[in-house]
Design a protein around this ligand. Structure first.
Ligand code: COA
Length: 159
């Protein structure tokens, strides 16, 4: 997509209300999940490898937000690409950038939670080496989730 790039962004505490409101809307449209702006701002995102936005410089069209859990393990807290842009390789490119930067900073494993009915995302993570490690009952609004974990790989494999 011309002009769109995954770019590191400043701390969410420095964002203005309008930008945060649009991100809140993006999360709602892509996941159906509703978050308070204050809650979004408090996410403990890692400033070195975990604050990515997909932007053309004017508008945010995606987020990939990650925290450091331990020295070697990261946890993905949010990953969304605007609905109309999905399926074009943009998510894969975001994951690649995150994985390369986090690996350079010592991260070796990654984990995240995903709804069990989100087959596209589960398959995408599976191809990148993540496996379901535990069921999260009532993960979001009555939908169960998987905790997935695995090595941090920048590229998909066919498995
Ligand atoms: C998950 C998400 C961020 C991926 O972004 P994207 O730009 O659509 O990703 P890509 O186009 O790079 O596709 C990623 C992989 O999924 C595959 N894929 C994408 N859309 C697909 C579809 N509709 N059906 C089957 N496979 C699909 C791609 O072929 C690609 O395969 P790869 O693993 O071999 O690279 C995006 O789909 C999204 O925002 N979904 C809604 C929110 C969400 O579910 N977030 C994850 C919560 S844990």
């Amino acid at each position: 997509m011309a002009g769109l790039n995954w770019t590191p962004c400043p701390s969410l505490k420095e964002w203005n209300r309008g930008r945060l409101e649009k991100i809140r809307q993006l999360i709602l449209e892509t996941t159906g999940e509703t978050y308070e702006i204050e809650r979004i701002q408090e996410l403990p995102l890692n400033g070195e490898f975990g604050r990515w936005v997909l932007t053309d410089g004017k508008r945010d069209q995606g987020i990939l937000w990650v925290m450091r859990l331990t020295n070697q393990c990261a946890r993905v807290l949010a990953f969304s690409v605007a609905n109309e842009l999905q399926g074009n390789g943009i998510g894969a490119e975001g994951w690649r950038k995150f994985a390369i930067s986090a690996t350079a900073l010592g991260i070796r494993t990654v984990q995240l939670e995903v709804r069990q009915d989100n087959g596209v995302a589960i398959a995408m993570y599976h191809r990148r080496g993540l496996r379901p490690k535990g069921r999260i009952v009532g993960f979001y609004r009555g939908h169960d989730g998987w905790l997935m974990r695995g090595p941090l790989l920048s590229e998909a494999s066919s498995q």
